[in-house]
Write a protein that binds this ligand. Structure first.
Ligand code: PLP
Length: 246
């Protein structure tokens, strides 16, 4: 998965955001967010869905502090991070200031960080192996705290990408629920950079539907409107909101 986010920052995404030439003007964050929310609303309406049924996760990984502060000033409270330690450094103190903050882990989770992740995050979107599910289940019991859990599906079956293979997803979901007693709520995917994302979103939606999973985290700066068309409930948008990651 390392490398995917940067390469997904296509020319199209940059051109569609107001960041093209001015990379670090925090006052433009509000305009960027308004534009993304507007595009979400239009995509939802075009599919006969309520705009409020789609959650915008602002992916703040690697973004400088002034941009994060500017985003908080717009009222945005749902943020995505892909590393536990980086998230703790950025958000631990801000948590005290913003009681309604909602933090989602969207990157791979090592088993030895599972306890920290359960303690810190409101959602963990990257369940990708049995050992991790087992460790998380123990932590949920121990801490009496349960984030929202999503299973990552490697829809493109890419060797370098995390996630459960599509043909193994049903059995994995069942085991997470029944063997480990973990309350899985949905699925997440990151389509291959060089493929049409629509078929990957359709596949994820199909697996979620047949397993009664209500949450679908799919769509990034480049393709969130397509994802909404295929049923995304959560879109994870970084560069179109904050500008390119330094
Ligand atoms: C970085 C990242 C994003 C955001 O990517 P952008 O193209 O900047 O919108 C979304 N999801 C995951 C899992 C990521 O790692």
């Amino acid at each position: 998965m390392a490398g995917a986010p940067a390469s997904r920052l296509s020319r199209a995404a940059v051109a569609a955001s107001p960041w093209t030439d001015r990379m670090s003007v925090p006052s433009d964050i509000a305009a960027a967010r308004a534009a993304v929310l507007d595009r979400i609303a239009q995509a939802a309406t075009a599919s006969g869905r309520a705009p409020e049924s789609i959650t915008l996760t602002a992916v703040s990984k690697l973004q400088p502090d002034d941009r994060v502060e500017a985003m908080l000033a717009t009222g945005q409270r749902i943020f995505g991070e892909n590393r536990v330690q980086e998230a703790e450094a950025r958000w631990r103190e801000r948590r005290a200031r913003y009681s309604d903050l909602h933090l989602r882990l969207i990157g791979p989770l090592q088993s030895n960080k599972a306890a920290d992740a359960v303690a810190f995050f409101d959602a963990i979107e990257s369940l990708d192996r049995s050992k991790l599910v087992a460790v998380l289940a123990v932590e949920v019991q121990k801490q009496g705290r349960s984030p929202e859990f999503l299973i990552q599906v490697n829809t493109g079956e890419e060797a370098q990408k995390a996630g459960i293979a599509p043909r193994e997803a049903d059995a994995f979901i069942k085991a997470a629920r029944e063997t480990y007693g973990l309350p899985v709520r949905g699925l997440m995917c990151i389509p291959p950079v060089d493929e049409e994302p629509a078929m990957h979103f359709a596949l994820l939606a199909k697996i979620a539907a047949r397993n009664d999973l209500p949450i679908l985290s799919m769509g990034m700066s480049d393709d969130f409107e397509t994802a909404i068309r295929f049923g995304a409930t959560h879109v994870r948008v970084g560069s179109a909101l904050f500008g390119a990651r330094p």
